[in-house]
Design a binder for this molecule. Structure first.
Ligand SMILES: *Cc1c(COP(=O)(O)O)cnc(C)c1O
Length: 455
């Protein structure tokens, strides 16, 4: 019998994170200060981040040990199962083998606790009492609330207004784990108030919510800020996905031809793919294809510009070189709230710029259609974000049907969609809009990029 799921023993959990910075063909461009437009200093960044996190952010060490306290908490849901999507393969009549790494088993229901726990842990070690953060669909806010509750840290979450209204259960979950959550833009910060002045019904965006959380952290003592994606250390924490998958595929005597992940800020994509890219960068697996999937309405990689930009909308956060649609671009209110970010991880951006990875974009209706096929074959109800990766995996498997190739496809099943059922119902009722790419808005927004003189 072919295996449906492949389990790794708890003792075989990865004990180190993989830091791809050690293997990049070119070092990453430096990060600049939003205040001076010069290189950001550690001192400046340490106002909002703990030192250990900053060290990891710039580390060039290939492997970083995972502290025992973190491994003990990871063990609550890790190692996560790797599934073979046998029934989906059958339905597609494809010779391809489709595997998915299932992160829906974590307490918050996504991959996000993999970084929330270490971030809360390092903050606790350095005496942080409150952590502020943003959240889109509420996945990150709930993951961080869970993690901070384990270390007796207070947590304040700024949640993008459209999602706050669309997804009440994620806010409930944030409350349940003891954190506070505010719709963003809020009247609690200068950033929020300025946006509300422009538009009292502002739908919000991740960029604005980040501004509010950064401002809150910078203006309160013993308060730090935490980001759920984008940054190098976050992508590194997520490499447990790929490291485990590699071991699990080894048990099947298999190795992927194609690795796929959806991309919001890039963390689950990085997590699943970097340990495999390690082999490709070494020159071992030259034919490996790695595909980043994004929404057509917020197509950062496929339509954005590789440039220095602010990570947030009111220019409080550091400036990094990344693919961007412009820091004040507000994407349409699609249901994959976690993919509505104007920028992308600097590492993922560099890999894309150097053509080491590929990118694809899909409309939300075709994405939901794919997720429903997945639910009706594999059972699991995926988050709308994750559904982008499934859509791509299905397309790749269909190509294999045409060519007769038995490719091995691995995708990151980043989270479950149990709190997104309203979106599924809207799709069934034919009420989801497919937004065209707002080219004009992006063009305008890209005119407001910071002018950085590289040194
Ligand atoms: C947040 C989220 C994403 C997008 O964030 P990345 O940092 O790009 O991974 C994707 N899937 C799920 C389930 C999420 O919660």
């Amino acid at each position: 019998m072919e295996k449906t799921k492949i389990f790794l023993d708890e003792n075989d959990m990865p004990k180190r994170w993989y830091n791809i910075q050690a293997d990049l063909p070119k070092p990453l461009p430096p990060v600049y200060s939003p205040r001076t437009l010069k290189r950001a200093t550690l001192e400046e960044l340490s106002v909002i981040f703990p030192m250990e996190i900053l060290k990891q952010e710039v580390s060039q060490e290939r492997w970083i040990n995972i502290p025992k306290e973190i491994l003990d908490i990871y063990a609550v849901w890790r190692p996560s199962p790797l599934y073979r999507a046998v029934r989906l393969e059958k339905a597609l009549k494809t010779p391809a083998k489709i595997y998915f790494k299932w992160e829906g088993v974590s307490p918050a229901g996504s991959h996000k606790p993999n970084t929330a726990v270490p971030q809360a842990y390092y903050n606790m070690k350095e005496g942080t009492q409150t952590i502020t953060t943003e959240t889109g669909a509420g996945q990150w806010g709930s993951a961080l609330s869970y993690a901070t509750s384990l270390f007796d840290i207070t947590c304040r979450v700024y949640m993008v207004r459209v999602s706050y209204d669309q997804k009440p259960y994620r806010r409930n979950l944030i409350h349940l784990w003891g954190a506070e959550v505010f719709p963003s833009p809020s009247d609690r910060t200068n950033s929020g108030r300025s946006m509300l002045q422009e538009d009292p019904n502002h739908p919000g965006s991740l960029g604005i919510a980040i501004s509010e959380a950064v401002e809150d952290a910078a203006t309160h003592d013993e308060t730090k800020y935490s980001l759920g994606s984008v940054l190098n250390h976050v992508c590194m924490h997520q490499t447990v996905l790929g490291l485990e998958s590699k071991e699990q595929l080894k048990m099947e005597e298999s190795y992927p031809d194609i690795v796929i992940g959806c991309v919001g800020g890039g963390s689950n994509f990085s997590g699943i793919s970097f340990p495999f890219l390690h082999d490709k960068l070494k020159g071992d697996k030259k034919d490996l294809r790695v595909v980043a999937v994004e929404p057509y309405s917020c197509p950062t990689l496929t339509k954005g510009m590789y440039a220095f930009d602010y990570g947030d909308s009111t220019k409080l956060g550091p400036i990094a070189k990344m693919y961007t649609l412009g820091h004040d671009f507000v994407p349409p209110g699609i249901h994959a709230g976690g993919l509505r970010y104007h920028g992308d991880s600097p590492i993922v951006s560099a890999l894309y710029d150097q053509k080491i990875i590929e990118a694809q974009a899909y409309h939300q209706n075709e994405v939901f259609e794919a997720a429903i096929l997945f639910a009706q074959t594999e059972g699991h109800v995926l988050a709308p974000e994750t559904a982008h990766a499934v859509k791509s995996a299905i397309e790749e498997a269909k190509k294999c049907k045409q060519t007769g190739e038995e490719k091995v496809i691995l995708f990151s099943a980043s989270g479950h969609g149990h709190f997104d059922l309203t979106s599924y119902e809207l799709y069934r009722d034919g009420k989801l809009a497919d937004y065209e790419y707002p080219a004009e808005l992006v063009k305008q927004s890209l005119q407001r990029l910071p002018k950085i003189e590289e040194d």
